[in-house]
Write a new protein. Structure first.
Length: 155
């Protein structure tokens, strides 16, 4: 039981590295054509969805396959890997799409220092409209300097 919880937590934590790497090297590299409309409003179609939303499916596939492997194989730990990926995906959606970009009008008045730091780091990331010169590619881990800035600017 405890091993399953640890596998889920370890997978969740590893997903921050996976998301950072995918964002840095795929989204701002080879798959920029999918991610561009997320940075450049002029590139967007007039739709609720962005081309960038395809990445939701890309990240859902390993989670789904892990659940299937956990059910069909003699190794149930795959289920907990899938669960860790799923939980990370839910957190990513809530933090990135709901909180930061306000695609849904929930959590609008959250003023915790951690949330202010995430917003500051993400604004720095989005100040670049092109795929080059990006910074702050992570989602849940925020560099200390943004915590300091968030603490100094109590909104």
């Amino acid at each position: 039981m405890m091993a399953n919880v640890l596998i889920t937590i370890a997978t969740f934590c590893a997903m921050e590295f996976v998301a950072w790497s995918a964002h840095r090297y795929l989204m701002h590299g080879l798959l920029w054509s999918w991610h561009r409309d997320h940075h450049d409003p002029k590139a967007r179609q007039h739709s609720f969805f962005e081309t960038n939303d395809r990445f939701f499916l890309v990240f859902a596939i390993p989670s789904f396959l892990s659940f299937v492997a956990g059910l069909l194989s003699p190794y149930p730990f795959f289920t907990y890997i899938g669960l860790g990926i799923l939980i990370y995906g839910i957190c990513y959606f809530l933090v990135h799409d709901v909180f930061i970009h306000q695609r849904f009008k929930w959590f609008r008045n959250s003023n915790w220092i951690y949330f202010r730091a995430i917003r500051k780091a993400h604004k720095v990331h989005h100040k670049h409209l092109g795929k080059e010169d990006g910074e702050c590619f992570g989602m849940l881990w925020v560099p200390l300097k943004y915590f300091k800035e968030a603490a100094a600017s109590k909104v």
